[in-house]
Design a protein around this ligand. Structure first.
Ligand code: TRP
Length: 372
């Protein structure tokens, strides 16, 4: 058996994404569902390429939408450090769903979660980071009229009654089975899942009405929403639906871009020099000598540089296929690919960093605030 682990707090090993569908009991996004997406406009490359690949109850969301019943979007971020490209991927996808369906978005910043789960961070640090990370969310261009950011500790009066409704219906034995908690976990960690569940039902908290909720997120977050889905009927709400993304690849060859492996991540605040250096050192799986590579070709399926193009930086399907083909034939070498990708990322970050600056004036307008 392939030994890998995907939980909200730990992603390790060689992830078998097909196997995860079985383990978690989700559904693959099939051709029929893709066709339904296509009826609303061009399908996003992340969907077309099977990077957003798994779902729960997406058919229900579209059935409702077609009957004229709106849904809202919910996603989030645990603000423990700076934002890297891997974090942006599900958010870029969320923006596509917002633009396509005109849906409201609630974006949760879990300063409480990162405080509870991280020995080294104070509550002030995670809250400051929530505001810092919000700049990256806003920089992506979410529609201001339809987007609200929640900072947990600041919206707790609104979230708490719903978190209690959830918490009352989740036993410790369920929490242990779903999250693997043991005697060493602090009691805040055990309660926390009910805070992440609360925004699934936020329109009930805010307006007394259960609007269907759709959550685009990394598949590592699924455990929280299995719990939320189980309690939904008791709250008189539809189960939140999900669209799952695969993990964004690391530059050093791993399955996931991780903040804990230096050089495996590109932060949105990186300078062009840092980007070029990190891409220059990226794992490609290419041959040692030029002659060998010309003769045997490269391996795009293991190459981090190719994966970056495939995941985010080459939206044109034909171009991405051509690149793979030319790499396999030894027609294009790693140095060339690295140079091209570096320039694309540098260009992307130049725009993003500019928008991030502009976001500083808007951040308070995006926050959902409590009336005192
Ligand atoms: N727990 C998530 C993280 O650590 C943050 C989060 C909160 C989230 N609510 C969410 C992610 C909803 C996806 C969808 O990053």
């Amino acid at each position: 058996m392939n030994d890998f682990k995907v939980t909200p707090w730990e992603v390790t090993g060689d992830i078998d994404y097909d196997e995860l569908i079985v383990r978690f009991g989700t559904k693959r996004i099939d051709e029929e569902l893709l066709q339904r997406f296509a009826s609303y406009g061009p399908i996003h490359p992340l969907l077309r390429r099977g990077i957003v690949y798994s779902q729960r109850d997406m058919e229900f969301i579209l059935d409702q939408y077609e009957k004229g019943n709106k849904f809202f979007l919910y996603t989030g971020r645990g603000p423990s450090g700076h934002i890297h490209l891997g974090h942006l991927m599900p958010w870029i996808f969320t923006k596509y769903i917002q633009d396509t369906f005109g849906a409201n978005l609630y974006f949760q910043m879990t300063d409480d979660e990162k405080f509870l789960f991280n020995d080294d961070l104070s509550l002030k640090q995670t809250k400051d980071m929530a505001y810092e990370n919000a700049l990256d969310v806003i920089a992506l261009g979410f529609d201001q009229r339809r987007t609200k950011i929640i900072v947990d500790t600041e919206l707790i009066k609104t979230l708490y009654p719903m978190a209690l409704e959830v918490a009352k219906r989740v036993t410790f034995s369920t929490a242990k089975a779903v999250f693997g908690f043991g005697n060493d976990n602090n009691i805040g960690e055990i309660f926390y899942t009910s805070v992440q569940a609360a925004p699934c039902f936020i329109e009930k908290s805010l307006y007394g009405k259960c609007t269907p909720c759709l959550i685009p997120c990394g598949i590592d977050q699924d455990a929280h929403f299995r719990v939320a889905r189980d309690v939904a009927p008791a709250l008189g709400c539809p189960k939140p639906a999900l669209l799952h993304t695969k993990m964004f690849p690391g530059l050093t060859g791993g399955d996931k871009m991780s903040s804990s492996v230096p050089g495996s991540t590109i932060y949105t605040t990186d300078s062009p020099k840092e980007v070029r250096k990190k891409i220059g050192n990226a794992f490609t799986g290419g041959a040692v000598t030029v002659e060998e590579q010309r003769k045997d070709g490269g391996k795009p399926e293991v190459c981090a540089v190719f994966k970056y193009n495939f995941y985010l930086f080459e939206p044109n399907d034909k171009a991405v296929d051509d690149l793979a083909e030319r790499c396999r034939k030894g027609e294009v070498l790693c140095g060339e690919c690295k140079k091209l990708l570096s320039e694309r990322i540098v260009q992307f970050l130049e725009v993003h960093q500019q928008k991030r600056e502009e976001a500083k004036d808007k951040v308070h307008d995006f926050m959902l605030k409590e009336e005192c």
